[in-house]
Design a protein around this ligand. Sequence first.
Ligand code: ARG
Length: 589
Amino acid sequence: MGTLADKLTGLFADAFESAGYDRSYGEVRVSDRPDLCQFQCNGALAAAKQYRANPRQIAQNVVDSISAPVVFEDLSLAGPGFINIVLQDDFIAAHVQKVHEDERMGCETVATPGRILVDYGGPNVAKPLHVGHLRAAIIGESIVRICRFLGHDVIGDVHLGDWGLQMGLIIEGLRDRQPDLPYFDAGYTGPYPEEPPVTIGDLEELYPQASEREKSDPEFAEAARQATVELQAGRPGYRALWQHFRDVSVDDLRQSYERLNIHFDLWLGESDTQDRLYGLIERLKAEEYARESRGALVVEVDDLDGKESIPPLMLQKTDGAVLYGTTDLATIDQRIEEYRPDYILYVVDNRQQQHFRQVFKASYKTGVAPESTRLEHNGFGTMNGKDGKPFKTREGGIMKLKDLIGLVTDHAMARIETIESVREYDEDEKEQIARIVGVAALKYADLMNHRTKDYVFDLDRFSSFEGRTGPYILYAAVRIKSVLRRAGERGLQPGGIMAPRSESERDLDLKLSELPAVVDLTFETRAPNHLCEYAFQLATAYNRFYHTHHILNEEDADRRASWLALSEVTLRALERVLDLLGIEVPRRM
Ligand code: ARG
């Protein structure tokens, strides 16, 4: 079904054609001057260039050729040849009625679904999940949901960082504490204990300590490097230990992501490329894609046209260790083989832009990825503190995601307890509402800015019940639920949508009709901020409508039923948009 603007574009394309011009000039858009008109068609200006004619004359010819005059309340020419469009209220209402009847509210699925693999989250085993990974998870989850809603076949992969130096560091860190564990005995052949030798609390301590020590203790650093090489080469004790680290970490990660309403289809990681890594390296050597450079093995990826210089992608260090780029290349190899994706989207920090350029270029150059698979880095900016630097705890450390979730939940609890109705709910429900509202505040604030921009973490602002915030939008959704609930209690049913009676009602109708275009735009740009802005506008339009009309007290039964239907479809649209953003809605608050 699409939007009202799509429908009008069809009518205008016909009109351009019957006036003797190309159909493609018929594009109609939502007006950027809503004080003057609802929609506009500016095609006459572009057509004037092709047909070397006066744009105003063309616009007039088009208006004269419009074959569906009943649709329009007003069609007028403005400026050098713009056509301003105002629709008849009946026509608007008929459209909203269709939106109401359609389960997808006018949003179509794509004609040719593709398979899309989304690489997001990217936490590292053993290193605590910190706020730097927050955006990857939040933005990635939304992109996954949008692709899926449009009918694509989507696979989300967390791509754990589990094969790098951090593993060697914690192996050595643990050896220091408990040198007698069997994992360190090179002569021991197993079996190894099933119980992990560490808890998540231990891991969270071990890594920062080891990484601190690496900086000042060259012997320790060398041992960690060596342990990494041996782990990668398959030393059984280290493999067994590594498996424990991974299991303990993943258990903890799952819980954090669960609380954030983030769900991965695949829990693969860098290490899952082990069995193909060395074969791939051999092939690249044999085919002369990889060459030695000062003892290391690299693939040249510099632009052939020489416009900019990109350093080569490093595959193997002198000591034989593989690197971040090697596992990424092998992961692409694996994904292509197993899933044949049309796209692989990487939702990863902007600061890794150069890395992805190297990996993508190397993939295409070596035939790891066919040209038909689109590799795309959907980068994002940093969440900063008020000092403009990446967000830290008050003590200056890195804030763990768990602590951040606790912080936003407590903050939300303090706020919602000021709502009178909430005070009567039992503790369980209050806590659940606080988590949903807190996470919504965080997620909305993160998604609201274009992903490539940095933004400042400001919990007071994020949690406000006014303005562009998660709580404001949740509150609007919950308000509609309450209207519908009270209507239900009085036995009142929604009915057919009637022509709008006021400006606020008309604006709400028009806003509802825009949803499909917003979803498409969000997908095309991989930028959920468009959906955030739409959610805000829709919530605001509903609030205005709600304050001008007393829905439940309306005497005219048809009118009241129409308003209930309008409330219902608004709620569904809001819930749909919030779901695409990965934001939950409480039953009440
Ligand atoms: N683990 C990485 C980090 O913490 C992010 C992984 C992103 N995905 C990828 N395929 N490289 O920086």
